[in-house]
Structure formats: structure tokens, C-alpha cells
Design a protein around this ligand. Sequence first.
Ligand SMILES: O=C(O)C1=C[C@@H](OP(=O)(O)O)[C@@H](O)[C@H](O)C1
Ligand SMILES: C=C(OP(=O)(O)O)C(=O)O
Length: 425
Amino acid sequence: MGTVRIRAGKLVGGVTPPPSKSAAHRGIICAALAKGAGRITPFAESDDMRATIGAMRALGASIRAEDGALLVNGTDTFRNVSGTIDCLESGSTLRFLIPIAAVCGADFTFEGHGRLPKRPIGPYLDCLPKAGVTCLTEGGLPLSIRGALRPGTFTLPGNISSQFITGLLLALPLLDGDSRIRLTTPLESVGYIDLTLDVLHAFGIEIRQTADGYDVPGKQRYTPRDFTVEGDWSQAAFWLAAGALGGSVTVRGMRTDSKQGDKAIVDLLEQFGARITRGPDGVTAAVAPLHGIAIDAAQIPDLVPILAATACFASGTTTIQNAARLRIKESDRLHTIAVGLTALGARIEELPDGLVIRGPLSSITEPPVLDGAGDHRIVMALSVAAAHTVCGAKISGAEAIRKSYPAFFADFHTLGGNTDVIDLG
Ligand SMILES: O=C(O)C1=C[C@@H](OP(=O)(O)O)[C@@H](O)[C@H](O)C1
Ligand SMILES: C=C(OP(=O)(O)O)C(=O)O
């Protein structure tokens, strides 16, 4: 397993975070559902992107990378009547593709790796069989689906994963009749649904929001088009937090009017006390004395690891609430971040749906070996935290960054971070 040695030192300078993983998943899928050609730019490789590209190819789309762009042609999508879709470790790919693959009644088996086979798919196992899709599974992956998806009413919870709702929003417009999505519990991760609706609109698909969900007119067609992928606020968050903890970091190329919920990192760091500047060159976070804050994580799950890391350097108590969903991500993130930060000297109490962090952390004298838990966001959050301690740390399993941000340590170095990649496997 790959281990990275992070040495103490502040991060300073400017960085352009990678294109948004969430926007790219949606752009690739919508382009591949359109009967024609489209160019997705910029494109940055990662394991999650590989998963979605592989999935749309399995349905018949033609997709190739060229000069930092992705050329997608959906003319032959749904040509294939059977196949296997390997989602690697990508929850988005799995939850987005299940209803899409069912549109034409083809016979597909979904596979996954790491923690994905055990991440929830229950809401689909409840609602898809009622709409004509047989689901064969022993609980998780592999999952085989058979039978054509019929339009109708889809009733599901809004607080297990918004990815189920995005999957239905992507697939249902293609059906012969109108459908309705009815949510039985309040929607969490709302920003991801807003992003879905935004990208769908760009590809010519219209959805109506209702009091308890969405009305999805059927017989719609995706319009082929070129699609520009905005910068990733979930990844920008690591650099802005690093600026707030010790130096000064500017993230460039970010849309401040983005639908991504994780752009909330800017306001949250400001609440912690960081010095934030919003200028034409980008958003800058600079060091200032930080104090604990209360955080509701219902809409911003992916920010929790780096927010917890930030809280360790703030004086007083930080509470993170409404984060139960963190336990069903690439790792049990409430547990794995608490364990990692505790080894760095932090005082953290783990609650069923959150964390209480009492800062600032105490100094330790020997660099600890931290477990990256096979989880990209844990590796990245621990790396930023370790750089701001007295003696740094070693982080095992650091190759997990390949899931969303293979260039993470290259960008860490660009900002003056000091690491030795002992072995990335
Ligand atoms: O739709 C998306 O692109 C995502 C939705 C979120 O998942 P949940 O809705 O399951 O919280 C988020 O954690 C994930 O990284 C990406
Ligand atoms: C949870 C994540 O992704 P996914 O659910 O797509 O695996 C993530 O990127 O943090």
C-alpha cells in the first residue's frame, strides 16, 4: 500500500482545482444519452471518471479522451442488450446508471470494488420492481437488473443518498409516459439535485419541482451539445482550509455562482475566523486565529473530513451535526476521520450522526502513522491537517486519492507542501 510522509509546513500560493467530479459525471451521462456528438471540457482523469465512461460505453456510447477533452457520441447508446458495468468504487456511477440501464429493458450486471458493494441500494430495490425492473442481488453488488423501466410514481426517502434521485431524474425523461418522484423524508444534499437539474436543463430536459418531489414529463430527448465543466468546490475546500490553517491559498477558476453545495466552504471558513478575500483572481483564504463553530452537514457531506480537520486548529468547540450519511461513504467517515485526527493529537467525540471537536489539538512529538482508510477525502483531509502540526505524519493507503484527485500531491507541492511519496503502488 502507498504511504506518504507529510512534513510540517504551511501552504502558500495559487492553485486551480480539478474540474468538478459531480458536474463531469452528469455531463458525460447527458452527452452519452443525446443522439449526436458533444465535447466535455476540461476533462481530468480519475477512477470515478473511468467508472462512468466505462458504464456509458457498456450501453453503447462512443467516448474518447483527446487533448484534455472528452469526445462523446451517444448515437449508439442503448444498442447493447446485455453486459456488465463495473462501477469501481463510484457510488455516483452506480446509483446514476441503474435506472438508466433499465430504460431499454436490457440485462445488465453491476459490479463494484472497495466499499461500494456494501453501500446502500435499498431505495432502488424497493421502487424499481414496482416499475417493471427485476433486481437480483444478495443485498449489495453484484446486482443484476432485467426488464424495461415503466413510467409511474417512484416513492423513496430523500435522506439516504441524493444519488438515487439524480439517477431517476436522468432516466425518467426518456420513458414513454410521465413520472413522479415522491420523497418520504426531507431531501439532504440538495445542492447535488440542483446541479442535476441545471445540467439536465443545459441538455434540453425539463423537470418540475413539486411540494414533495419532482414531476418528470416523459418522451423527452437529450440535445447533443458541448459542455464546460466548472471547478470542483469539494476539492477546492482542501486548499482553502490549508490557507486558513497556516498560510494563504488562492483557488482559481471557480464559479462563485455554482450550484455545488460545497461552495459553502468559503462562508464556513469565514465563520471559523479565516481571512477570506473574493477577488477577480479567485477566492483566497489566509491564516487568522480560528474559533469553533456549529456546522449542519445535511447539505455538505463531502466537506465534513476537511471541516473536522480545520476544527482541530480552532480554539473552543466545533460541533458537526446531521452527518449520519458519512458512515456510508467510501469509509465510515465519522469514524475514520476521528481516528486519524485523534492520532494527530485532537480531542474528538464521535456521535451517531456527528462529531464534537475540542480544539486546539495538543502537540505530539513523533510523527504518527495514520490510516487513509482507502478513502480519498480522508487521505486529503489528514494530509492538510498533518502539514499544520509540529512533526507531520505518515499516511498509509494514500493511493486512494486516485478516486477523485490523482494530482492532489502534485498540487500540494505546487503550494510549497513538503511530502515524500514513499510508494503510491
Ligand atoms: O450526486 C453527486 O455527485 C454526489 C452526491 C453526494 O452523495 P449523497 O447524496 O449520497 O450524500 C456526495 O457525497 C457525492 O460525493 C457526490
Ligand atoms: C462519496 C463520494 O463519491 P461517490 O458517492 O460517488 O462514491 C465522494 O466523492 O466523496
